[in-house]
Design a protein around this ligand. Structure first.
Ligand code: IPE
Ligand code: IPE
Ligand code: MG
Length: 248
């Protein structure tokens, strides 16, 4: 299988020289997609993996620097254990299937979130792919797994306090850049664009610090229905926005 979409870009509408560097996606609506078809929720999660492949393909074609995909939040543990277990197996299914293509396309796999809280089998699959792709220089495919933005900020604050206490850091040195450097995303530019599927218009504890100046794009499409064209539409919309960053 090749990571080429064969889906032509609509160059009249999408300017490939003006794409966001980092797109953060809240992949929502798998359960509703399944329900609409009388299927169990896990069928929606499985179908959603196909969308991940499509979005990664497009991100590679568009030369994006990074995409961060919200795969499991710290709040998602509230779900029934059977569903959690199913979701936790998806990273290994995705990576076992697509790792060769990811490598071929120079994609680097990374993760953010409470890694230690993941089941062993999830950690193993993720660790292997992270290791195998660590020298790749193309798209960063970043999975937010067991991720919660507030707990990320709490961890950063604790580390900063500890470093001040140990005299490794002076409190005068604490500034926005330093705080960014203590977050899981310290190797990535802040997201320029946040996409959320399924019609919900909230962040659900996603990258709260990092999206301070991101553009938001909400679509009613459920995640398994999202595809290359839908991704292009989001990019086109982004290109039509006027980002001011507080200026004129
Ligand atoms: C998103 O789909 C996937 C995860 C949160 C893991 P949902 O499972 O939240 O689907 P809906 O929102 O119930 O339709
Ligand atoms: C957000 O979706 C988390 C992920 C997509 C992984 P949720 O479905 O968990 O969010 P809420 O509960 O509707 O806010
Ligand atoms: Mg949901």
């Amino acid at each position: 299988m090749n990571f080429k979409t064969n889906k032509k870009l609509d160059m009249d509408r999408l300017d490939p020289t003006n794409v966001p560097k980092h797109v953060a996606i809240i992949m929502d609506g798998n359960g509703r997609w399944a329900k609409k078809r009388g299927l169990p929720r896990f069928a929606g999660h499985k179908e959603g993996m196909k969308t991940i492949k499509k979005v990664v393909e497009r991100a590679v074609e568009l030369n994006l620097e990074a995409i961060t995909l919200y795969a499991f939040s710290t709040e998602n543990w509230k779900r029934p254990p059977k569903e959690v277990e199913f979701i936790m197996k998806l990273p290994s299914q995705f990576l076992d299937t697509y790792l060769p293509e990811l490598i071929e396309n120079n994609v680097r796999v990374t993760t953010i979130g409470h890694y230690d809280g993941l089941p062993e089998f999830t950690k193993k699959a993720v660790q292997y792919s992270v290791e195998r792709t660590k020298n790749n220089t193309g798209l960063v495919l970043n999975f937010a797994l067991n991720y919660g933005s507030r707990s990320e900020i709490v961890d950063a604050v604790k580390q900063i306090c500890e470093n001040v206490k140990q005299d490794h850091l002076n409190s005068d040195e604490i500034n926005e850049e330093l705080i960014s450097n203590y977050l899981y995303t310290n190797q990535l530019p802040d997201p320029d664009l946040v996409i959320r599927t399924s019609g919900e218009q909230r962040l659900s504890n996603y990258l709260l610090w990092q999206v301070a100046y991101a553009e938001f794009y909400f679509t009613d499409k459920l995640w398994p229905e999202f595809n290359h064209d839908a991704f292009d539409e989001a990019i086109i919309e982004f290109q039509n926005r006027k980002r001011r960053f507080g200026g004129l």
